[in-house]
Design a protein around this ligand. Structure first.
Ligand code: NAD
Length: 363
């Protein structure tokens, strides 16, 4: 198997964490005999400084010519005074639009070694493992008409979905559920909104293609509560753009640390993978960045663009083992007498590589 991966490391801690993740992917490739080819292009603040634009044309061309794009993070305080369409974040939005992915996958999982980092009680989160599938190109964020009329003092947005937009994201969610615990929860507000009634009716129609998956529906307000009360009951959760934005952030609480979480955006021309954290300018260049989110993003590349489930799982197992052995980056420890071994970004990357090697050779 051969996979061409474009790395757009971006700004701040982006290059630091993607370097470690790429090194882990290279280790996995050499152990498994698969070929991973890497290319690198600029995006965000670094591209503004060098090329005068947050998204150079050759970055888009290289992205469209690859099998997967691996983004670090964009953004930096020195660009904050630029107009929105000139800022580093515009590069990311432009890349997302060019690649066209409509299904944003965001895992939320509890790791017992990190239970102390979550404000939820260990017995509530223990074993929780949820995969959010958020529709990314529709709903209120893109619906027209939209307006803020400052004279009349009235503003409105349009939450709009077509049947085909719901169908395609629902199908992806059912397929993912088939590969997991075969449970899908669709979240809407069908007791109030017509757009949610269309959403629910369409999801029910698509369900007929997936008789092995158990489908349930939840209203978004109730779901916000269930996620904190009984997160273990959910496997794959599919929902529209705005609800997904809110619920997937809320569920980050289950993992307890921003630096741990990966994401993937699939369904378009080329899949886009990124850790959910930003460029963290406050810690950039200090060796303090937690590379786990980026490393776990690497696992998603292998799973969703390479079909390499065993290799993806080996990376996830290695991350858990490193945590079990008491290794932590600074963001994962509190206080002085924690008893953990605190590692820098690069030392943690090396530890994961060493562990993935042991996992893959069955040690
Ligand atoms: P952030 O995620 O960069 O940082 C929030 C806090 O979490 C900071 O204290 C940071 O030090 C810490 N943190 C984040 N990731 C970490 C990691 N891997 N290891 C250890 N600590 C980590 O969010 P922010 O501070 O709101 O934004 C900073 C910049 O990043 C802004 O310019 C923002 O626009 C941009 N941003 C980019 C993305 C992206 O590229 N996808 C996402 C969010 C924010």
């Amino acid at each position: 198997m051969k996979l061409k991966i474009l790395v757009t490391a971006g700004d701040g801690i982006g290059p630091e964490v993607t370097n470690e993740a790429v090194a882990v992917l290279k280790e996995v490739a050499s152990l498994s005999g698969h070929t991973l080819e890497f290319d690198a292009k600029r995006i965000g603040g670094i591209a503004i400084t060098t090329d005068g634009t947050p998204l150079p044309a050759d970055t888009v061309a290289a992205a469209l010519d690859s099998d997967a794009v691996f983004l670090g993070a964009v953004g930096g305080n020195e660009f904050n005074s630029l107009p929105p369409d000139k800022r580093p974040e515009a590069g990311l939005l432009g890349l997302r639009a060019a690649l066209g992915g409509f299904a944003n996958l965001r895992p939320a999982f509890a790791l017992k070694e990190l239970a102390v980092n979550s404000p939820l009680r260990p017995e509530v989160i223990d074993g929780a493992d949820i995969l959010f599938v958020r529709e990314l190109l529709g709903g209120a964020y893109f619906g027209k008409p939209r307006e803020w009329n400052k004279e009349t003092g009235v503003a409105f947005n349009t939450m709009i979905y077509s049947r085909s937009e719901v169908e395609r994201v629902a199908r992806i969610a059912f397929q993912l559920a088939q590969k997991r615990r075969k449970k899908l929860c669709s979240v809407d507000k069908a007791n109030v909104l017509e757009v949610s009634q269309l959403w629910r009716a369409t999801v029910i129609e698509v369900a007929a293609e997936f008789p092995d998956v158990t489908l349930e529906h939840q209203y978004v307000d109730a779901m916000a509560m269930h996620l904190m009360n009984r997160p273990r009951d959910f496997d794959v959760v599919v929902t529209e753009n705005l609800f997904g934005d809110i619920l997937s952030d809320e569920s980050g609480i289950i993992t307890g640390s921003l630096g741990m979480l990966p994401s993937a955006t699939i369904g378009g021309k080329v899949n886009l993978y990124e850790p959910i954290h930003g460029s963290a300018p406050d810690i950039a260049g200090k060796g303090l960045a937690n590379p786990f989110g980026a490393i776990l993003t690497g696992a998603l590349i292998l799973r969703h663009s390479g079909g390499l489930e065993a290799e993806a799982a080996a990376i996830e197992t290695a991350v858990r083992k490193v945590l079990e052995q008491g290794f932590r980056t600074t963001d994962l420890v509190r206080g002085k007498d924690h008893g953990y071994t605190v590692l820098s970004t690069t030392a943690m990357g090396a530890k994961v590589r060493e562990t993935v090697k042991a996992v893959m050779s069955g040690q």
